[in-house]
Write a protein that binds this ligand. Structure first.
Ligand SMILES: [Zn+2]
Length: 126
């Protein structure tokens, strides 16, 4: 997929998802529609439909955002983010560069990872 410009995304996405995906926004904790959502299925990028996470990697981290212990291989890219005076790792969709959230290495499962993702950047498919 070729990279799209802002006018493409502002037409395709609702304004809230635009803020998250294209401007690296963060939804309020415990507000997102997938925070406590545990149905079987897959989570895709709201921008481009790229398959990002499977429901069997989702867990309740208590942090207020949908959390996963692994991403589908090759679906996300990792970028160092120094914006809050501490180093975090930003995660982005590998196909459209949409901002998804951050990943931390304090996960409780065997992968040790906690992908903390905005609901507004995801679409769930059963
Ligand atoms: Zn995408």
């Amino acid at each position: 997929m070729t990279k799209k410009d802002n006018s493409y995304w502002s037409k395709k996405l609702d304004s809230f998802s635009y803020k998250i995906l294209r401007e690296a926004g963060t939804e309020m904790p415990f507000s997102g529609e997938y925070n406590m959502h545990f149905e079987d299925g897959s989570y895709k990028c709201k921008g481009c439909g790229n398959l990002l996470f499977e429901s069997n990697s989702k867990f309740d981290s208590g942090c207020g955002w949908p959390s996963f212990d692994k991403a589908v291989k090759g679906s996300v890219v990792y970028k160092e983010d120094n914006s809050l005076s501490r180093i975090r790792t930003e995660i982005l969709c590998s196909k459209c560069d949409g901002h998804l959230g951050h990943v931390f290495n304090d996960g409780p499962t065997e992968t040790g990872m906690r992908y903390c993702v905005n609901s507004a950047s995801l679409n769930f498919k059963k």
